[in-house]
Structure formats: structure tokens, C-alpha cells
Design a protein around this ligand. Sequence first.
Ligand code: FES
Length: 610
Amino acid sequence: MKTFKIDFEPLGKVASADKEDSIMQASINAGVDISSICGGKGKCGRCKIILKEGAATPITDAEKNMLSTDEIEKGFRLACQTKALSDLVVDIPPESLILSQRLQTEGEELEVGVEPIIQKVFLSLEPPTLSDPRPDLTRVIDGIYEQKRIKPRIDFILSKKISSILREGGWIVTTTLRENEIIGTEPGSSDAKFGMAFDIGSTKLAAYLVDLETGNMLDAIGLANPQVAYGDDIVSRIGYAMEEEKKREELRRAIMNGINGMIKNLCRRNGIGKKDLSDITIVGNTAMHHLLLGLPVRQLGLAPYIPVFKESQDIKARELGIDMVEGGYVHLLPLIGGYIGSDHVAMILATRIWEEEEEKVRIGIDIGTNTEIAFAKEGKIMSLSCASGPAFEGWGVKQGVKAMSGAIDKVSIEGHDVVCSTIDDKPAIGICGSGILDAIAKLYTSGAINDKGRLQEENSRVRRSDGGLEFVLVDKEKTGIDDDVVVCQSDISSILLAKSAIRAGISIGLEKMGVNEDEIGEVIIAGAFGSYIDPESAVTIGMLPDLDLKLFKQVGNAAGVGAKLALISRSERKLANTIADDVRYVETCIHPKFARILARSMFLPKPKIG
Ligand code: FES
């Protein structure tokens, strides 16, 4: 089949594409991260590129819908809708490029005793003789028994190598023991024992390298989830995976490659060999968990959203294609149910949300496309999830972008002055989740919008455009794009819808727990997005209850911390299982007053006097 060369500017990356490949597909192959929310369905307009040289397929109806006449004249196309008919040179505008996304990995740590599931056993063995003709493996097992009083089995693939390892090491070897199984053997002496914990979010992956001897974290990295190329929101990805098994495998490989890339990176920069990586724990939401394991997701995409299983799993890493010590296992923490996955279990584990003794309720909230909320009182925990949607990730927000360089992340308005801060202090290219939340709160307190979220035309920065009213946040001359950055009426509606889902979830949870808002003792805000929001702005728009700001605690990536706890401690692993079994799971949308509570939560609350 004829292939064409596609030159991606300004990156200087080149891909080849056949006539079946969209430019988006070619960009994925070349490792160029073009933004996409809809998964290449031509519905989000995030994948704009400019065709500079060459011939491509004719403009589609989807492109005519998403691009302005002016943009079409300038050569703009949607990467997901365009295919090459010759070699091409395309330009990727900054707002279409996922550049150095802000990926929070840190979380508030919790100290627990170190009791890893892995141990290393050093063996100095006698070589076989005619008077001692024990098989090689028996010799190893006897050596381990002498020290540990256990007779372990051995990983089958490893058993094929043990004879040569013993001879190579001159009968001095170190074995890696996982409970009752030998999962690694190496010549000589080594006490290096490392593990990695992963939090696989829909948008971001976080990986932590931990010394299993001390329990100390040595390094951490974040990565944009490579599946984002198939759609930002998990529903798009589930839809893609449902189309055919090959596509499900494509998504599985994308996440697996992401994990392996992080393993490689962490090992390389810390001088660690793959053989020393002896344990891995993974947490993630139910969909990510299923996509990683290659489980069917059709039943997850439809009510009543049933997972294949929810129990914790220990799976040979090689069965998943994950790189670690020869016979190593990946431990996946348990799920709770519906969309509430092991990341929520890990968040509960890390925050010890049930431990406060006072009679107040503690709330733990992780805001995302799906927001999970835990309510704890007197040792009992109830959890629910609400479909807050991807608005905080940019979907449905005209100039919404991810939290990357140049994204407006904070807004303040004093009279007619609007001050926006951007990530890395770069000229504004759009507005990210914390920025839009801040902007709407400040538009409200400054009177630029009313309590129904309507923009007020008399405000000097509000203007009428083709799409309706919009508020100019940053004038074109000061932005990094050839345009103003604005907040338009439909952006406000998207955010109010998202915040109402979260607030409705909180209201329903409190009602189910039989408590009022004034009985809330603490609101723990977990997750990357939650780390960057201003709780005061979240209260102003009514996303969070109107409490003393001291009651809000932002803890960072608690799910990642929980994954690390399960990595260094078998007791924490057990506790995670107990949490998953004991948490009461509530389905919000079957609450009889759900629609009414949701509608009521859409309004902006009356500002506090004084
Ligand atoms: S329009 Fe191309 S990815 Fe959404």
C-alpha cells in the first residue's frame, strides 16, 4: 500500500501514513500528542492543524461544523478527519498540542510499618557431586528452607534458567521470593529490592519508585495517558473498545506501553535493572482497570455499569506485557463497584478517612470526569460517583485546554481589571479547569454574571459574538494564539452542569448518611485537579458546601499514596480489600429526587454578606 510522509511542524517529527490513516493516527504513530477529547469523531474540534503543503482528502461535514469560514480559508483542518493524498507538511498550532502537561504526582504521605511481600534470599550452595546429586532446584529450595523455613515453588519460565544461573554464579545466587514463590534468581549477592506503584487515571498516569527495604519513595514521574489519543473522556474510549476486539487490544497496548515507558525511565534515571523491580501495585478507575487487563467493557458502558470482577488480583506481569523481574506479579487493588475503582479505595486508604472519632462526617472527594466521593462517620464509609463530565478537562469549554504551558490557571477581577496567571507564565493559549472555575467565581462576584450564570451585557468586557455573549479574559495582543481568550455563555453552562453533578452527589451522600452540611467536619480534596483549584472559588460557584475554608484540605494524589502503601505493606494490601468489601456503594442516579437535586444545584449560591 502506498504510504505518504507527514511532516509535523514546528516539532520536526515525521510520520508515514497510508491512505487509510488519518493525520491523527499518523501523529499517534510518530509520538506527536495532538489534543483530542472526542476520540477522533470530529465532535470536539480540539485536533486542529494547518495544512501547509500537499494534497489531502476533501473537507468533511464534521470539519465544516467545527471550523469557522476564516479558519477553513487559512487551511485549518481536523487531524482526525483528514487523510493524506500526497506527502504533507502540517503545522500544529500550540493550542492543539499537548505540551508538558501539568501532572501532579505528589500526595500527602502517611507513615506505616514496612512489611513488603518480597524478600531477597542470599544462597551460597554446595555444587552437586556424585554423592549429593540433588536436582538444581531442590538445592535452591533446600537453601531457602534452611533460612526461611519455607519450601517455595518456582515460576515455571524461571525454572528453565535456574541451572545456568547457578553455574554462572558459581553456586552463589540471590533469589527473589514473593510469598511462597521464587520469582527471580540472579548470580551473586544482591539486596536491591525495589517496587513501583502506579495510579492509572483516565488523563494521567503517575508512577512511584520505592525502596522496598526502607519503604522510602526514591522517585516519581507523571505521564499523559497515551489512551488520550483515542478520546479524552473514558466513555469515548469505552465506545472505541466496544467496536471490535482489535481496538480493545489497541487501547490495552497504549496503556501498557505507557507503563513500560515509565518503568524504563524510572529504572534508567535511578540506575536500577529490571531484575531489581520485584513488585508492582496498580490503582485506577474501573474503566482503566478493565482496559489494562483487556477485559470486556461493553457492560461497563451501559447501566447498571457492571464490572467483570471487583476483587484484587495478582497477575503475572508478563501476561500483561509489563516489564519487571522474570516471574514478577502485578497487584491490582480491588474495585468498589460501578465506576468507583481501586483509585478510590487507595484514596480512602491513604487519607484514613474513617479514623476521626468526633461525631462529624468527613468527606473525601476526587474531582474528575467522574467524581468519586466518600463519606465517613463513626467508622462507616459510603461512596458514590457522579458524572461530572470532562468540562474541567476542556470539553464543552470553547477555549478549554489541559493544564499545560500557557493555560490560564488562575483569574482575579478587580473592577475592570482582569488578571490571569498562566502555567509557566507563558502567553495565554486557553483556559484549564482550575482557571475556568476561578473565572466563573470571579465573574459572579464581580457582577459580570448573575445567579443563573447569565453574562451581563452591560459589563464593559462582555461582548456579543456569533456564538452569543462572551467575556474577554485576555486580549488578542497578550495571548499566545491569534485570538482573544474568552469565557462564553456555553462555557459557563458546561461548568455549572459539571459543578451541579458534584454538588448533587454531596447532597445525596449527606442525606444518605443522615447528616446536614453543618455536621461536616472536614472535606478532603484529593487528585491532581483538586490540588490546583481554589476551594474559595469552588464554594463561590456552589460546587462545594459553604463551610469555613479551614475545613477544606487539599492532599494531592492520595490514590498514588494508597498504591504506595499497598506496595510496601501486606497489611495495607489487606486493609484495601477490607475497605472495598465494607464500603457501601450508592448509585446517585436512582435517587428518587436526583433530577430535582441536580436542577437545584445548577444555580450559583447567594454570595455571603460581609
Ligand atoms: S474533532 Fe478531532 S479529535 Fe475531536
